[in-house]
Write a protein that binds this ligand. Structure first.
Ligand SMILES: Nc1ncnc2c1ncn2[C@@H]1O[C@H](COP(=O)(O)OP(=O)(O)O)[C@@H](O)[C@H]1O
Ligand SMILES: [Mg+2]
Length: 395
């Protein structure tokens, strides 16, 4: 049960969020959820593989992963729009597996906005209340309040059709429409993907503000890691239907479970290397042994990863440096592109020994004197800082 959350200050003026928190938000639990599309067909698609995790009451939780990894399927399964093949989805302690979508009190927002062009914005937002046979005076009150929350009070006075609004305003209408009947859970599927870059960044903060003001347990789906890191209390990284890791942005960035997560959350440069001892490895084609902080060894060495095993040494752009002079630990490469990005200078370098010609990204705090595009340079890995991963086995 939510207390009516719409006794809220004007958009953008929420100061002390605690004052406006509804009494109770739901937690969401997934246990061993599997979804197989076309189970009986010749080409079944195992879209969700043994997904188990929990979302806290009032949490703004992001599902992040490349296209086709199962984000929409998990969201639609949560809403009951897709029936799961196996496992359980609980709202609070209530198993929802067999409850149809119209009996789940859910608000949904899609990438396409999906507003009704033949209705004015008032009726678009009022729709969920009309369906619930809400009396007129309450409809008016709630629509007014929710439009204030999303910052559309002036537009509501004019009350045009949604086609008369900008993309950002249409998205706000879509959010208002999903919130107006006090849903237990809010589900947002790439809601910012159709907006231009600047508006997208602005709306991130707006969605976070609105979600924190209402405290409705929310899942936000995106394939954009920067968006997920900016918006979510916690994130789940999905790959091919599998939850690879769950944590805060900071946890995923500083302690990625594997090479995939490390390169999905921020940039990671990879070197093929051989394990030479505890937290030590030698990059292929070099003689230099690199030491890694024990916490950055992201596998357990007692699982048959013996000295001499192939590993991946991962280094973030700021964990590498370049110099013009040859040194014993430097790895030779050629500068492709130099970009001055304000706080740092990004060098894209292809190692001479690289077969794949994938370029390394190296961020230097300053322009390196005498180094230009197409020059030969030496790349050095800073001691202690990089990560060691097992080579990726799953493709
Ligand atoms: N209705 C469907 N029938 C068959 N396969 C589907 C269906 N919906 C999604 N899939 C497949 O399930 C996988 C996950 O899709 P989806 O959840 O839409 O991914 P995402 O939202 O992360 O891009 C994909 O391989 C997709 O092709
Ligand atoms: Mg999708």
């Amino acid at each position: 049960m939510h207390i009516p959350a719409w006794v809220l200050p004007q958009a953008g003026t929420v100061k002390n969020l605690q004052e406006y928190l509804p009494i109770m938000s739901l937690n969401l639990t997934y246990t061993h959820v599997n979804k197989i599309f076309g189970e009986q067909s010749k080409n079944p698609v195992h879209a969700l593989k043994d997904v188990s995790f929990a979302i806290e009451p009032g949490e703004l939780f992001c599902l992040l992963g490349p296209s086709g990894c199962g984000k929409t399927t998990l969201l639609r399964s949560t809403a009951g729009l897709e029936s799961i093949t196996d496992g359980q989805i609980l709202y609070g302690d209530k198993d929802m597996t067999l409850i149809p979508p119209f009996r789940r009190n859910i608000g949904m927002v899609f990438q396409s906005f999906a507003l009704y062009p033949h209705m004015n914005i008032f009726e678009n937002v009022a729709y969920g209340l009309r369906v619930r046979k809400t009396p007129d005076d309450i409809v008016r009150k709630k629509v007014t309040e929710v439009m204030e929350l999303v910052g559309l009070t002036e537009e509501l006075k004019r009350n045009p059709s949604p086609t008369g609004l900008s993309g950002g305003q249409q998205q706000r209408v879509a959010i208002a429409r999903a919130l107006v009947y006090d849903p237990d859970i809010l589900l947002l599927d790439e809601p910012l993907a159709n907006l231009d870059a600047k508006l997208r960044r602005y709306m991130r903060a707006e969605i976070r503000r609105i979600q924190k003001a209402t405290n409705i347990t929310t899942i936000f789906v995106t394939h954009d890691q920067e968006e997920a890191m900016a918006i979510g209390d916690r994130l789940a990284v999905l790959r091919k239907g599998v939850v690879e890791q769950i944590g805060s942005s900071n946890e995923l960035y500083t302690r990625p479970n594997n090479a995939f997560v490390s390169n999905f959350i921020g940039k990671m440069n990879f070197f093929n290397a051989k394990l030479t001892g505890q937290g030590k490895a030698t990059i292929e084609g070099t003689q230099t042994e690199i030491s890694v902080h024990p916490e950055n060894v992201r596998f357990s060495t007692n699982k048959g990863v013996a000295n001499g095993s192939s590993v991946l040494l991962g280094a973030r752009p700021e964990q590498l440096e370049i110099c013009k002079e040859r040194t014993s630990e430097g790895i030779r490469g050629t500068v492709q592109i130099i970009q001055h990005l304000g706080q740092f200078v990004r060098y894209e370098v292809v190692l001479d020994a690289s077969v794949s010609e994938v370029s390394m990204e190296i961020d230097m705090p300053y322009m390196v004197e005498g180094v230009f595009e197409r020059d030969s340079v030496y790349v050095k890995v800073k001691e202690g800082l990089p990560f060691l991963f097992l080579p990726e086995v799953r493709n």
